[in-house]
Design a protein around this ligand. Structure first.
Ligand SMILES: [Zn+2]
Length: 217
């Protein structure tokens, strides 16, 4: 009985329709050992990683837990739409290439494992562990967050843009940007591109149309 009551009909419908565009899996961070492992690394700069953030890796979307969807269905649907942009971008760019771009330049820290070849010089790669701006990560997020803004009430756009700009420059995304002005410009750019149906914004247009169809029902 209770299960039935809590069934998230619109959310499930949205999943069904989005999967026709690109298949993906939904998992929950609280039930996932791999997310708890990743949290050991991420927790230091983003303590809300397990409980407040949804994360995409490959074709899997990790929501914090099942209640996140049950009790906030509309916001979970908007989150899903955001993550779907990442999934489509990754599919178009190649999953490996997308991940490298997303993790650049911090991914270069792995150069320390060149130790046998470079000796002590390889320690210089540790510099990339610093919160150096991450242009590809910021651009990917600007594309996805364009939908967060478009799905909000026009009166709230200014507020939301400022909130997102703060997020981009915060530790939550490892300070991927240092210019709130740039963030707002990029998001506005992708909002316009999405609304005008530009080819470069096809991922967002596709996802937005599906959301609107489902939300109307
Ligand atoms: Zn994102």
């Amino acid at each position: 009985m209770e299960e039935e009551y809590f069934k998230s009909k619109n959310f499930d419908y949205l999943v069904e329709e989005l999967e026709k565009v690109a298949p993906f899996k939904i998992k929950f961070k609280d039930e996932s050992w791999e997310m708890h492992l990743l949290n050991v690394l991420v927790f230091w700069f983003n303590p809300g990683f397990l409980t407040q953030y949804t994360t995409v890796i490959g074709k899997t979307i990790y929501f914090p837990d099942k209640n996140y969807i049950r009790y906030n269905e509309t916001s979970a649907m908007k989150t899903l739409v955001h993550e779907m942009v990442h999934i489509l971008d990754a599919r178009n760019q190649g999953v490996g290439f997308f991940a490298l771009g997303y993790l650049f330049p911090q991914i270069l820290t792995l150069g320390v494992f060149a130790f046998p070849f470079l000796g002590w010089w390889s320690l210089l790669f540790l510099i990339f562990a610093l919160p150096i701006p991450a242009p590809f990560r910021a651009e990917s997020e600007a594309r996805a967050y364009a939908l967060d803004v478009l799905l909000a009430h026009p009166y709230d756009h200014e507020d939301i843009l400022n909130r997102i700009a703060n997020l981009f420059t915060s530790w939550d995304y490892y300070r991927m940007s240092n210019s709130p002005k740039w963030v707002v410009e990029r998001i506005r750019y992708w909002m316009d591109a999405t609304e005008s149906g530009a080819a470069s914004a096809k991922a967002m247009t596709t996802v937005l149309l599906i959301y609107e169809m489902v939300a109307e029902d």
